[in-house]
Design a protein around this ligand. Sequence first.
Ligand code: GDP
Length: 695
Amino acid sequence: MDSFMMNYISGFGINSVICGANEDFYFLDNRCLIRSFHASPTLLSRRKEDASLGLKISERGKVLNKGKFSKRKKEAKPPVETPYLPPKLKRGAKSSSDKTIEIFEGMTIVELAKRCGESIATVQHIIVNVGEKIDSEFDPLSIDIAELVAMEIGVNVCRLHSDDGAHVLGRSPVVTVMGHVDHGKTSLLDALRQTSLAAKEAGGITQHLGAFVVGMQSGASITFLDTPGHAAFSAMRARGAAVTDIVVLVVAADDGVMPQTLEAMSHAKAGNVPIVVAINKCDKPDANPERVKVQLAAEGLLLEEMGGDVQVVEVSAINEVGLDKLEDALLLQAELMDLKARVDGPAQAYVVEARLDKGRGPLATAIVKAGTLVCGQHVVVGAEWGRIRSIRDMARKVIAEARPAMPIEIEGLKGLPMAGDDIVVVESEERARMLSEGRKKKFEKDRLTKLEEERPKASEEEEEEDETKPERVEVPLIVKADVQGTVQAVTDAVKNLNSSQVFLKVIHAGVGPVSQSDIDMAQACGACIVGFNVRDPPSSIALAATQAKVKIKLHRVIYHLLEDIGNFIVEKAPGTLETQVAGEAQVLNIFELKGRSKSKGDDVKIAGCRVIDGRVTKSSTLRLLRSGEVVFEGSCASLKREKQDVEAVGKGNDCGLVIKDCFDFQVGDVIQCLVQVNRKPKFVSSESGAVRIEC
Ligand code: GDP
């Protein structure tokens, strides 16, 4: 018996008989604003006690403010669609209800009931509850009351405004700049802003306010939406395209068509918005505008010089070359479109950006799409309301009223609206409050419904995929950003990182720096706070966050923010358990220990092995392979080296192995050492700036 054998046998003990020994070894149409209101039918029956919408209801369902609303002209006809109908908005609180009805000023109860698919009695019942007087079902209704009724019934509304008898005049185009990251959208907007009316009045000094107007020598003007352009902001751009008449598609002459160029083309196409191409960076030595044109044509864009109708302008944003040509092209495109809007009557306007001013309160940059917005009017803006205290143009000059295509800043709202919200003029403060409260309640309800709808879906998917997958971990987040539009964009971008293992739940999103109440909420919910483009919190808040063990992540570059959140998700993810081979050993000899006493147990077969790869550990499961086939799998009963019990044996070393209940070793077999490894998801980013979590 050689010393190799003797070491193991003597290690295992007694009465040894050696059996066998062998020395051999061996990886839109977006034409109408869809309000997302729906209600459960139970609301309809909650007549008496329901003050849910802030509606005045007496104990017996009597009208409390009887006589307050004047009767309107009877038999109003549906208006002809105006050229300026609001866009379909992608709201976070989108209802699960798909039904959308068109409502208009003066529609009858019968008409409304028919469109809602409800009985006349039900509609009358709701109208009484909202405090309106009814004489007959042919009574004309205010458009606001019609919205409240639809909201209660649970259908979305699209407000139509009549052009009947109104002055319809030509208006300026509203333009959005889109394109791939780094192709020069911001530079182009900066250069164009320098030529804006506001810049001219302010001696070239301009500020990002969400929109600006460029005046031409001819007296014509163009309104530009001043929106950010990273991939993460695609939701905002989609909205931008929806309120936009023309898209300027920026393509860098030295880079050509890229993923976000195509994405921008899809947005424009979906919104039925024509494109004017601006080939930028034409000053660069390696600029190749012709190549860009061929690429665009290959993507189906019918360029003018190839017989189509899409104009192409070669520019250099940095050198401010070609900007006049671009503006001319936009005006020509606008002329072809014959853009018109109703100028008189109540305004329809849309918020493009909103922010909180310390002294002036909520400020909203808006674009009037039709009608005239007048200072002093009561308005409902999304779910907020207010009385317009002042209207300013983009040069910050106070004006009394605003007409179509004019970007303006309005002051006097009670809360901060969202980018994309519609501005509706209502007749009184009471009506404004009523609509606002009703909308808020519905948004919240829709938000919760949507959350509920999302959750089971996720778990079903998981079940189908793999039953052993871990539970999804919910990570609460609070999002703070500089302006409302960015709040939405960051929220949407962050949600895109949701994976099968981690569900990011935005419990609060708002404008402004991180505040004490954010810290309090974060502490209560175990949330992390994400701040984008916001001031560093004062030391008292930072200290409070540290004491409350609340993490604050502040960023100014969206990609950095997403990378940070991505890594945070990876850290929070439970991971998936995977079996990996940690080491392999080859059986060189087999030793059998027979005739052991009862107290010491049964016979034992020992595999005398050499570790040929990795490590073999005693705590692991061992798998016996013969000619590549699995023969046995079990736990390690004993692992010895040089007579000593050991926990692990590394590559190149000999050892004696006993697998529990395994008596079938053969010389030449391979024993694999299996370990359970927790594989975490990965944060992956592509060259285009797109990011995702890979599980
Ligand atoms: P965005 O991501 O599309 O908004 O692109 P930016 O406006 O931030 O521009 C990206 C980079 O391209 C910046 O370094 C700009 O200075 C540069 N850039 C933009 N326009 C031009 C141009 O016309 N010529 C040259 N040479 N560089 C430009």
